[in-house]
Each structure stands twice: as C-alpha cells, then as structure tokens.
Design a protein around this ligand. Structure first.
Ligand code: SF4
Length: 372
C-alpha cells in the first residue's frame, strides 16, 4: 500500500500544503467520473479541514525550508496529521521529540500545539534558532494560565493528560495547574481553596463534554470562575457544529484525520452523539472499508483541523467510485481568519525581499498573532 504522503497516479504531488494552493476550488456537485447509484449522496461539512493555526504552522515550516534550506528541525509533529508530516519530511524537515536531538546551533520549529517555558529554556541552552509556530489561540490559554497562577488560583485544566498542548500549558504554571481528563475525574479533584478556583481547557475538545465537566466542577466548587473567553477554539467549535448538522441525516459519517488528532477524534464522537448511524476516522481514502457503507445511502464527510483539503477530495473521489455521485455541502459558518507568520521568520523573509504575507486560505483576512 502506498504511504499516505505519496502522490496517487491520479493526483500529482501537492506543491504546497499551506496557503491558497492547499485549498482547491469549490467542490463539484457531482463526484468526478462517478457511476452514480440513484439516491446515494455525500453530505459534506463546511467548515472542515485546516484552521488558521494549522495553516500558519505548516506555512512556517514550508517557508523556513525555502528560505533557510534543509534541514529544518521540528519539535514534535508540526500538526497532528500523518500526510503533512510525511510530506514535509520528504522536503527536508526532521521531526524530533525533544530539543536535545537537535544539533547545537541548528534551527528548530515549535509545533502549533505550543511548548512550555522549560522547552524554550532548553532550546536557548543549546543555542538553537527557534521559530515558534504555537497557535496564537493556544498562546492565549498559556497567558491566562500565567495570570491566574500569579493570582495564586488553583487552575483546573480540562484536557487530556499527555497531549502536547496540555503539557505546554501545564508547564506555564506546574504548581497551580491540575489536569481534569473527563467529568468522571471531577470527584477526585482536590484544591487548596474552593473559593479561588478557575477552569481552563484544551482548545480541541468536545464542547459538550467540557461543559458537562464544568457543570460537575461547579457543583463541587460553586465559586468556580470561568475563563475570560472560550478556550475551545473557533475552528474546533465550527467543525463540531457542522458535523452535528449533517449527522442525523447520515447513515455513515467519515472523518478524515489522524488517530493522534484530538479534534478529529472528537468529530467522530460528536457525529455519533448527534445521531449518525456509524462514524469512522480515516487518514486517507484507501482506508475506507466498503463494508462500512453496506446499505448506506447518505454518507456524511468532514475533516479535522489539521487535514489538507486534498485528502478530503480523495475521499470524495473514492466515494464516487462506490456510487455516491451527488455532493451537497452543508455550511454552518464561514471562516475568514488567518494568522501572520511567526515574527522572526517574517522579519527574515522581509529582509530577504520575500513577501511573508502570501494570501493564506483564499481571501482570508490576516490577523496579527496577538489576538485576544
Ligand atoms: S485547532 Fe484551534 S487552537 Fe488548534 S491550531 Fe487550530 S485554530 Fe489553533
């Protein structure tokens, strides 16, 4: 079986995984070359796929490779998608687990999920040139954690232990933060002062599950404070709303995304909770098992925030081969957000006469990274 990153005979290697070229034009109303079986259709969620933080992080690695040349080291997966990681690896990115695997003085990119201050310090100690591609919406949560720790509050971070984003946020205030994985863990939480407690959350969780955890926490700690704004990011929420809309009409929902992608895995759960007959996650079209589609007339389709649209188009083509000829896009929101590249990379590109502001995601407006 070809690797996820290899070009299929029908699809040439993608030139860029970020920017407008990663977002093919409007979806055709009929699957290409399909021998359609009457009644079989695809409901395609919108929004789906790349969020602004992922687009920026992938763009940062591509631009770094172009500008500084290979190799560029990347700590952890730049975003949790197998195709993206394999493609960037072939272009000269070297993915490592920790900064001590990066040669002294070399250049390293920090992933969209964010890193703790200890990682910044370790990189500085090795004299590494860093490009911090942490999503600005994750940075916002880090800043909240620092502020609440300064106020000596107990911070209950709703998230999944071991996830890179959670490790990064926790590292901002390790003495004040404890992780709450699920509503079932609420009873085990111990705080110093129940009147001085706040909750924060990982950005990519199920909105409903987080709200249930908060409800149970508040039963135990009635003075529990809310974060100043939603931590679950706009992209996670929008993709969940869209899949909820199409799930009740879908015999099967297919979510394109990698197994370690939190928001992709949540989309499968949300689809099932919203009434889909069944829901499956695939990395690529060739993972679709025809048995899943037995008797299914309507297939819902969406993708996680780290998934390039090209992989969704491959799934549409595959479903077309299986008789699903009609494609209807179900749009529940329009997104027009983009983040500018990390500051030092922008500065180097500008100094070299390269425009760092290549349009990302079509006509999206570009926002500075210090969004509130
Ligand atoms: S899912 Fe949200 S928080 Fe995560 S990278 Fe995308 S925009 Fe940022």
């Amino acid at each position: 079986m070809p690797s996820a990153a290899q070009a299929s005979p029908d699809r040439p290697e993608v030139r860029s995984l970020a920017g407008a070229s990663a977002f093919p034009d409007a979806v055709p109303a009929r699957t290409p070359g399909a021998e359609a079986v009457p009644g079989r259709r695809i409901l395609l969620a919108a929004p789906r796929g790349y969020c602004a933080g992922v687009d920026r992080a992938v763009d940062a690695v591509e631009k770094a490779l172009e500008h500084y040349g290979a190799p560029i080291y990347v700590r952890k997966e730049i975003v949790h998608n197998k195709f993206v990681v394999e493609t960037l690896s072939r272009r000269g990115a070297i993915f490592v687990d920790e900064t001590d695997e990066v040669p002294e003085g070399a250049r390293v990119v920090f992933s969209a999920h964010g890193v703790s201050p200890a990682v910044h310090a370790a990189a500085a100690a090795r004299n590494l040139a860093t490009i911090d591609a942490t999503c600005p919406l994750v940075t916002k949560v880090h800043k909240e954690a620092v502020r609440f720790a300064k106020d000596d509050m107990d911070i209950l971070l709703i998230g999944h232990d071991g996830h890179e984003e959670v490790e990064g946020t926790q590292g901002e205030a390790p003495d004040h933060i404890q992780v709450v994985n699920s509503p079932d863990e609420v009873d085990q939480v111990v705080v110093r002062n129940p009147d001085n407690v706040v909750w924060l959350s990982q950005t990519t969780l199920s909105v409903d599950e987080v709200m249930e955890t908060v409800r149970r926490l508040r039963e135990r700690f009635p003075k529990l404070q809310d974060p100043p704004s939603d931590d679950i990011c706009y992209a996670t929420q929008n993709r969940q709303v869209a899949v909820k809309k199409l799930a009740p009409e879908s015999d099967v929902v297919i979510v394109v995304g990698s197994a370690n992608s939190s928001n992709s895995v949540r989309l499968v759960e949300v689809a099932l909770q919203a009434g889909a007959g069944a829901a499956y996650r695939v990395d690529t079209a060739d993972e679709i098992d025809e048995a899943w589609l037995e008797g299914a007339t309507t297939v819902g389709l969406t993708s996680g925030a780290s998934v390039p649209e090209i992989l969704v188009r491959d799934v549409i083509t595959r479903l077309g081969e299986l008789g699903y000829g009609e494609v209807e896009e179900i749009r529940t929101a329009t997104e027009d957000i983009a983040f500018s590249l990390p500051k030092n990379l922008r500065a180097d590109l500008k100094a070299a006469g390269t425009n760092p502001d290549r349009a990302r995601r079509g006509n999206r407006r570009s926002l500075p990274v210090d969004v509130k």
